[in-house]
Design a protein around this ligand. Structure first.
Ligand code: EPU
Length: 354
């Protein structure tokens, strides 16, 4: 096992923020992780699990021991009456995994094409796009307890998925895994997906409907849908390889029907979606946009010109210094304040701030 010291983290976070890990160990197998936990110098240290770094704001050098997840593997595990169960190692790149499933003839993940990050990070924030969330295709996962080295399996209920939320985003306060937070407590090793054999395209999003009209195609194949999603995302979201970013910076807030009526009275154009329980989801991108933030900057941190929900690093390429995590957070707080003052809503950031 190699403990790397003072490791630049700029290549390992999609915001391309300059920061260092005091110490970093690459985890390519369970044995690597067991070796860390068996090492008296490392076992007791606070640890930070780093996946694709696509949902992360670094506000300084990272003092906890960084465990960089590089566990590989993709395979069909089971072919049962209703589902194909496909398993992937936590270190696999998410988009490459989605493309691989389609190439194998296992559709179901195509709406989540091009989400940056790794397979292991995907359940942490229950990634989702264009009407499909990870929890809709999730079977189970294996993880290792970072205190005891014990490997355990969680099903969907035990992961407590919510909108961009899971048990892995909440701190634990007591012993045991279930119904308690696993933040900084466990490393996800493998994730299994249940892909329905009776595949139906998930359509219904305005952007997808526009593609159906443009291509004159109302029954897209899985690959066709995958290609459309890639086109839609390329057109409105910045490619992290070119412009540093962490995807949507804030969650779309949910409000009561009464609160929504009040906001509509103040601004009838507010983009909103009725939810099954009577509450209303508001488009955070629209709220930020209507406060005039699109294209604005604080230092080298900016609001993306084509999607106000995405904050970007306007700094030079991989060798430039670019935005600091502090600048990103100053911008984020200024946005929160102005949306709060105008609409009485406090936007909740999506990324982990370290
Ligand atoms: N809008 C504006 N101005 C803007 C941005 C958006 O008016 O600057 C309006 C759009 O016109 C649209 C509405 O807001 O009517 C919603 O925008 P969009 O369709 O781009 O989706 P979103 O709600 O901003 C969410 C997810 C994305 C996901 C898309 C598609 C969250 C926080 N974000 O974005 O996920 O790709 O829907 O399903 O739920 C991510 O989480 O990192 C992410 C990219």
């Amino acid at each position: 096992m190699l403990v790397e010291k003072n490791v630049p983290l700029q290549p390992f976070n999609t915001f391309h923020i300059v920061a260092k890990a005091h110490a970093l160990v690459r985890i390519a197998s369970e044995a690597d992780l067991h070796a860390v936990l068996a090492d008296p110098a490392l076992a007791g240290l606070p640890k930070f699990v780093l996946g694709g770094g696509s949902n992360l704001v670094l506000t300084g050098d990272v003092k906890p021991l960084v465990l960089k997840v590089e566990i590989p593997g993709k395979r069909l595990l089971q072919d049962n009456a209703r589902h194909l169960i496909v398993e992937a190692g936590a270190g696999e790149n998410w988009h490459d995994f989605v493309a691989w499933t389609l190439a194998q003839g296992y559709p179901g993940l195509e709406n989540m094409a091009m989400i940056p990050g790794t397979v292991g990070a995907s359940p942490v924030q229950n990634v989702g796009a264009y009407g499909v969330e990870l929890q809709d295709r999730f079977d189970s996962l294996d993880a290792m307890d970072l205190q005891t080295g014990e490997i355990f399996t969680l099903n969907a209920a035990q992961c407590a998925f919510g909108y961009r939320d899971s048990v892995f985003k909440h701190a634990s306060s007591a012993e045991g895994h279930q119904a308690l937070g696993l933040k900084d407590r466990a490393m996800i090793l493998r994730v299994r997906f249940a892909l329905p054999k009776l595949w139906k395209p998930v359509l219904g999003y305005a952007d997808i409907e526009k593609k159906m009209a443009a291509y004159g195609c109302s029954k897209p194949s899985p690959q066709q849908l995958f290609d459309w999603i890639c086109e839609i995302r390329r057109a409105k979201l910045p490619d992290p390889a070119v412009i540093g970013n962490a995807g949507s910076f804030f969650k779309n807030p949910t409000v009561s029907a009464e609160q929504c009526a009040d906001i509509i009275a103040r601004d009838p154009k507010v983009v909103h979606y009725l939810l099954a329980d009577g509450s209303v989801k508001l488009a955070a991108g629209w709220l930020i946009d209507s406060c005039g933030w699109r294209g604005k900057s604080v230092g080298q941190a900016g609001v993306y010109e084509k999607q106000a929900l995405v904050l970007v690093n306007r700094g030079a390429g991989s060798d430039g210094q670019g935005a600091t995590g502090g600048e990103v957070m100053t911008l984020a707080r200024a946005i929160q304040t102005s949306v709060y003052e105008r609409f009485g809503l406090m936007l909740e950031p999506e990324p982990v701030v370290l």
